[in-house]
Design a protein around this ligand. Structure first.
Ligand SMILES: NC(=O)c1ccc[n+]([C@@H]2O[C@H](COP(=O)([O-])OP(=O)(O)OC[C@H]3O[C@@H](n4cnc5c(N)ncnc54)[C@H](OP(=O)(O)O)[C@@H]3O)[C@@H](O)[C@H]2O)c1
Length: 195
């Protein structure tokens, strides 16, 4: 297959691209080459490749900063995803998009299921949900993978932070009111490739 991966310099993409490249003809970009908020540029790139599949790893992921900068969060995670979905429709590509557990309100006491009702309670969660809604409404053939608390060797993450602080300090103070399912980017990349 011909596969485009968006957000190529990100933590997940850097583990996913080599795996996909073993089996497929891949091309990838990050925002310095194609900004997904620029619909014309997205269509130009996708049209030049006419891929069978587009995998979107591009996102605005700064959860706390999104509260003060909702506009950027919605532009990238909402409009940007809409442009990729529209390009998939135009060029008859399947879409694989990554979303997040932040589309839920976190009040449940069991692992979330795909059909659970989204109810985001943060700007980041709302912006990622906006992207999901565009995907649902534009496409019928897509994969939507909601992942959680990624860690991997190619990006800043909770595990890196704790390992660094553990070397610097004798005592660590860490939030205790948050429950998450840490997900290794390599596991997610293998799981995504299988499907
Ligand atoms: N990290 C997590 O804990 C986590 C948890 C749940 C879900 N997810 C989702 O999983 C996916 C992969 O996450 P990740 O942690 O690998 O992401 P990441 O490391 O933040 O990588 C995202 C990439 O997208 C790029 N990007 C940002 N805006 C763009 C734009 N307008 N056009 C094109 N590229 C753009 C970023 O570039 P810059 O660095 O220059 O901004 C970055 O290289 C995302 O959909 C994310 O929402 C992540």
């Amino acid at each position: 297959m011909k596969v485009i991966i968006a957000g190529s310099k990100g933590m997940l993409a850097q583990d996913l691209i080599p795996l996909l490249t073993e089996q497929h003809e891949t091309s990838s970009f990050d925002q310095d080459e194609v900004d997904i908020t620029d619909k014309g540029r997205v269509f130009e790139f996708v049209g030049s490749v006419k891929p069978d599949l587009i995998v979107n790893c591009a996102a605005y992921n700064q959860v706390d900063q999104a509260e003060a900068d909702r506009e950027t969060a919605f532009r990238v995670n909402g409009e940007g995803v809409k442009h990729l979905a529209l390009a998939c429709k135009e060029f008859k590509s399947v879409f694989c998009h990554f979303s997040t557990d932040y589309v839920f309100d976190g009040k449940g006491n069991r692992p979330y299921q795909p059909d659970d009702e989204p109810n985001p309670i943060s700007a980041y969660g709302e912006s990622k949900r906006a992207g999901e809604v565009f995907v649902h409404s534009i496409l019928s053939d897509y994969y939507l993978i909601r992942t959680s608390s990624l860690y991997g060797k190619h990006g800043p993450n909770f595990v890196h932070t704790i390992l660094r602080l553990a070397q610097e300090r004798d005592v660590l103070k860490v939030v205790e009111d948050q429950v998450m399912s840490p997900t290794w980017t390599v596991s997610l990349a293998h799981g995504a490739r299988r499907h």
